[in-house]
Design a binder for this molecule. Structure first.
Ligand code: SAM
Ligand code: SF4
Length: 549
């Protein structure tokens, strides 16, 4: 039997205990040196709100400071990182300030958030914040940052003094092994120190961004909510979004509805009113707790109607919608020597092209989750198979002496024959995650298992005494990670144009592929079970077709 370790294990680490203790006692001491500037109203002669054709006013600018990152979160970046733009293509400190200045003076931008990549790996980050914070005398109200927290503790007080108002720190687990699995790097203790530093330095708000993913960290949702008991933190649950190559799958996304039902069954929570009409977070609070819980439901509830934000990418492209493909290169505009009036016109035109709403994140996700061709082939293949029939002749028994024999197929004609087999491996979702994200010490499990399965099919006649050596036209082995049942489904297809069928070859392929997975993962889970190894379908040959219903 498989161990239900995902739900029974409680991840309480030294780090999480320190965090809890420290958060519980965090003071609200303010930095005496910090002089909060009261925002002034924009009185620039060129000021005109940045409106789209639906009357939405855009006064929130998100600036990505870099494409680089010191982590490699599974849901965000491939292990090898992303293709980086040459440094000369990125906005430099001066250009960032010029754009921020233009947005504040001309469009009345009230809030700027710096993000990335990891914004704190820029060594001019303090200068950037300091420069941009000068715009507070012209109507800019708030400067925020979203960081992974690896470096934040080091800079926290300097950033606060430079004019940073609020911070979002991304953290998806309190367990250091799991942190390593999710981010592909070490550093949980640093992130925890950063949260402590942010609370100590009296930021206007300290939010923790948490992306709940089925089978990865969903068992820590309650632990994160507990952090709001004594600390003025907001835990933000962000629906897992599909990005190019981040292996998003609908089964892994936990929707707001699922989350809130679960939370309501365990905590006495009340809904809080929206802070502004632009608020993207739905807010709740556990009764009697100090902090709050926010939900960013980008996947299940588009907040297009109140959208007030535009984005500037690190290479200087303006994006008017996170899910839209339209981009305007402001870096190019700067490079071409356009003045602020001309850039102003370009930006207004781009915003005028903004659609009323995007086509729905779930629809957009379908682009990324199209069934691979091989599975379409398999479905087509299955539908061509008809009903089963049983072979009543014992062809492997010699009628003369009752002994086993290898059938003489010399007189048989060659026909096209296909067989498909399947096995299930109960292995547990933690090991599945490690397999999926190639975190198993012995190597890439699915690739090795696939090769093993194909070679096994080709070696069938060497291992199964009465099997003929059959020329194979095709062998394929596929794996489906079924997180809801915590099992891997292994499927094979074998095809030949010959005198005997390929059922044994297909069964060999799934058996050996399954045993290979077992072998490579047995150190992580001793209770792996391989079961239901069976023929799913066959077609061709005298014995007729078979289709397991
Ligand atoms: N490196 C910084 C950090 O991690 O906070 C800032 C950049 S990161 C892209 C900004 C936020 O996007 C993080 O809170 C991260 O959790 C979130 N994020 C990244 N990929 C996501 C995805 N596929 N679905 C939902 N949120 C995601
Ligand atoms: Fe880096 Fe942030 Fe993406 Fe993680 S979520 S890889 S920390 S940019």
């Amino acid at each position: 039997m498989m161990t239900p370790f995902r739900t029974s294990l409680k991840y309480v680490t030294k780090e999480s205990l320190i965090l809890h203790r420290s958060l519980s006692s965090s003071s609200s001491a303010s930095l005496s040196s910090l002089t909060k500037q009261k925002p002034k109203t924009n009185n620039d002669a060129n000021f005109q709100p940045l409106l789209d054709t639906f009357g939405r006013r855009h006064d929130y600018l998100r600036i990505s400071l870099t494409e680089r990152c010191n982590l490699r979160c599974l849901y965000c970046m491939p292990e090898e990182g992303v293709q980086l733009s040459p440094k000369s293509n990125l906005l430099n400190n001066e250009e960032i300030y010029r754009m921020a200045n233009l947005f504040v003076h001309r469009f009345g931008t009230k809030k700027i958030r710096f993000t990335g990549g990891e914004p704190l790996i820029r060594n001019d980050i303090i200068d950037i914040i300091q420069n941009v914070s000068k715009l507070k005398s012209n109507g800019l109200e708030k400067i925020s940052i979203t960081t992974n927290g690896i470096l934040f503790a080091r800079y926290s007080s300097m950033l606060r003094q430079a004019g940073l108002d609020s911070v979002n720190i991304s953290l998806d687990t309190l367990n250091s092994d799991r942190f390593q699995l999710i981010t592909r790097r070490n550093g949980l203790a640093k992130v925890i120190k950063s949260i402590e530093a942010a609370l100590r330095d009296d930021y206007d708000s300290v939010k923790i961004n948490f992306v709940p993913i089925q089978g990865l960290n969903d068992d820590e949702i309650e632990d994160f909510i507990q952090l709001t008991k004594d600390s003025n933190l907001e835990i933000r649950f962000i629906e897992y979004m599909p990005f190019d190559g981040n292996r998003w799958h609908p089964d892994k996304m936990i929707s707001f509805k699922q989350l809130i039902n679960r939370i309501q069954s365990r905590f006495n929570v009340e809904r809080l009113p929206l802070r502004t009409i632009h608020d993207t977070a739905v807010l709740y609070q556990v009764q009697g707790y100090v902090g709050t819980i926010g939900f960013i439901n980008s996947m299940t509830n588009a907040f297009c109607a109140g959208c007030n934000r535009v984005r500037l990418t690190a290479d200087g492209h303006l994006k008017v919608c996170l899910f839209g493909k339209d981009e305007l290169s402001l870096k190019q505009a700067i490079h071409n020597g356009l003045n602020d009036d001309e850039i102003d016109v370009l930006i207004r035109e781009a915003v005028k092209r903004k659609k009323k709403q995007h086509s729905g994140a779930l629809n957009i996700a379908k682009d990324n989750t199209n069934r691979p061709m091989i599975l379409i082939d398999q479905r087509k293949f299955l539908s061509t198979l008809s009903s089963s029939s049983n072979d009543k002749n014992f062809t492997h028994i010699d009628p003369n002496d009752g002994q086993v024999k290898m059938v003489n197929v010399g007189e048989k004609s060659s026909t096209r024959r296909i067989a498909r087999a399947r096995a299930r491996i109960e292995i547990g979702s933690d090991v599945m995650n490690k397999i999926e994200y190639n975190q198993i010490g012995k190597g890439n499990v699915l690739t090795v298992a696939k090769i093993a399965g194909i070679m096994a099919a080709k070696s069938t006649s060497n291992l199964i005494p009465l099997c003929h050596q059959c020329p194979l036209d095709r062998v394929d082995v596929q794996f489906h990670l079924d997180y809801s049942n915590e099992e891997i489904i292994v499927e094979s297809i074998c095809e030949t144009t010959w005198k005997t069928g390929v059922e044994m070859e297909a069964l060999m392929a799934v058996s050996i592929a399954s045993l290979t997975i077992y072998d490579m993962c047995k150190a992580l889970n001793k209770s792996i079970v391989i079961r239901d190894c069976c023929l799913m379908a066959k077609t061709g040959g005298k014995s007729g077709d078979f289709n397991r219903v």
